[in-house]
Design a protein around this ligand. Structure first.
Ligand code: GDP
Ligand code: GDP
Length: 437
């Protein structure tokens, strides 16, 4: 099931980014110590009561620098309406309802998206009746919060979660490989899709799949069913926010959520950019299979070392994703485009691979024998045994006498040993340490 997207909307200075940090803060602190993941303060994965969701602060998006404030907020709100499952509308409880709040409110009313109204900056109980003023905006039950102190945010998140779409049923058969094609504007995503679909023996279904705002393209090749998710979003053009770099990252969130394998398309001429790293980070954290496709290879001036150098650049830039294969293609000439589907299929298989407990424990035993966990403060961890608890991505639980004493670098070592033994090409691996009772 894909993860809901919650977008924070509101005038400048009402406290959107304070609220964003309050909700996302904990999570950011946890993941930021992993090297190589570029983080943006405008979106984050968060969870509440066991429900995970993406949180976006639209206040961090700039469209046209010349926009007046009202125009600016209108664009942010339009984007939220388009992309989010739930809109978190923040107003300033100290200031009361303003004309701009009313205008944003009207815009949100015209959409059919659920809206939760947060009346912020009510730092003291005695201010709480300020919320009544905000009933005027016409949304159900405004919720008094203080982003600064954290009060009310639990009730707020409860209300947000109640608005999530009910368990969507699986859209495709589990044997169908769901692929998304992600990358900055103009790297050649649509050209690549057209090439893939135009290949020999590719049979495109005459019926496009439609889900919410997305249009999918199902097809088959060599008896394998595939679907390219959100082909429409990929091709969409022209709206004011399309040109902003951050927007294409947000658009990519949902496509990545809905896929098994993500093709991260890079521009062979321009090289790797910060935005590419953000998108890759989302795929990695989301536990999706990933393949780097360096496109426009025809236009690159090359010698016999260029490919190697580009691969090294990728390994350096995406250090945390050394498992992802790299392909060099030209959507223009068709060069190596026929390699794409076989690699997608292989990665999808590895992403769904389950290894037997006995073989797994043999590998773990060998690994811990040849390099035992280093002792931390005089204590040495003992990995008792492990088991694979799920697939997509492969997830392992290792039972340890003292999980705290296992250093991050040691889990990394074990991960590499598993990769050496089983492959797991193109897929992240998750490892959880549990205390052996
Ligand atoms: P944004 O422009 O909507 O993202 O607003 P910010 O999060 O940057 O906040 C604007 C100002 O309001 C900052 O000075 C914050 O410290 C302050 N602020 C945010 N939330 C609260 C709150 O709950 N109570 C009070 N008293 N101030 C707040
Ligand atoms: P998208 O925005 O990522 O979907 O990119 P498009 O598929 O629309 O391509 C953007 C531009 O790059 C177009 O002018 C394409 O003709 C060109 N293009 C796409 N793939 C290649 C390629 O492999 N080589 C060259 N030289 N140009 C390409």
């Amino acid at each position: 099931m894909s993860m809901p997207v919650v977008a924070i909307v509101g005038r400048p200075n009402v406290g959107k980014s304070t609220l964003f940090n309050r909700i996302a803060g904990q999570r950011i602190a946890i993941v930021e110590d992993k090297p190589g993941i570029t983080r943006d303060r405008i979106y984050s994965r968060s969870d509440w009561s066991g429900r995970a969701f993406h949180l976006i602060d639209t206040g961090g998006l700039e469209f046209n620098k010349k926009d007046e404030v009202v125009e600016h907020i209108r664009h942010q709100a339009e984007l939220a309406i388009e992309e989010a499952d739930v809109i978190l509308f923040v107003v300033d409880g100290k200031e009361g309802v303003t004309a701009t709040d009313e205008e944003v409110g009207r815009l949100l009313h015209r959409s059919n998206k659920p809206v939760v109204l947060a009346v912020n900056k009510l730092d003291h109980i005695k201010h709480e009746d300020h919320v009544y003023d905000f009933y005027r905006l016409g949304f159900e039950e405004p919720i008094a919060i203080s982003s600064l102190h954290g009060s009310g945010t639990g009730d707020l998140l409860d209300a947000v979660i109640r608005c999530f779409p009910e368990g969507e049923e699986e859209e495709y058969d589990t044997d169908t490989i769901r692929v998304s094609i992600i990358g900055r504007p103009n790297v050649g995503k649509s050209s690549l899709v057209n090439r893939i679909l135009g290949e020999q023996r590719v049979i495109v279904s005459s019926v496009a799949g439609t889900t919410r705002d997305a249009i999918d393209t199902p097809f088959s090749h060599d008896d394998q069913d595939y679907v390219i998710v959100d082909t429409a979003g990929m091709r969409k053009r022209g709206k004011v926010y399309e040109s902003t770099e951050k927007y294409s990252v947000i658009r990519a969130l949902k496509a990545i959520e809905r896929s098994d394998v993500v093709l991260i398309v890079l521009d062979g001429v321009e090289g790797v950019t910060e935005q590419d790293k953000r998108v890759a980070g989302i795929a990695h954290e989301g536990g999706r299979g990933a393949i780097f496709v360096v496109n426009k290879w025809d236009a690159v001036e090359k010698d016999d070392k260029t490919m190697k150098r580009f691969s090294e650049e990728i390994r350096e830039a995406f250090g945390f994703m050394d498992y992802a294969p790299v392909l060099f293609t030209s959507a223009k000439t068709g060069q190596r485009v026929n390699r794409v589907l076989p690699v997608v299929k292989e990665v999808a298989e590895q992403h769904a691979m389950r290894v037997s407990t006995s073989v797994l424990n043999q590998v773990l035993q060998d690994a811990t024998m040849s390099t035992p966990p280093p002792s931390v403060k005089g204590k040495r961890a003992r990995i008792q045994y492990g088991t694979q608890v799920s697939v997509k991505p492969p997830t392992f639980v290792l039972f340890v006498n003292d999980p705290e004493s296992v250093h991050f670098s040691y889990t990394r070592y074990l991960e590499n040993q598993l990769r050496e033994a089983f492959g797991f090409i193109g897929t992240p691996i998750r490892m959880m340490l549990r205390k052996k009772k």
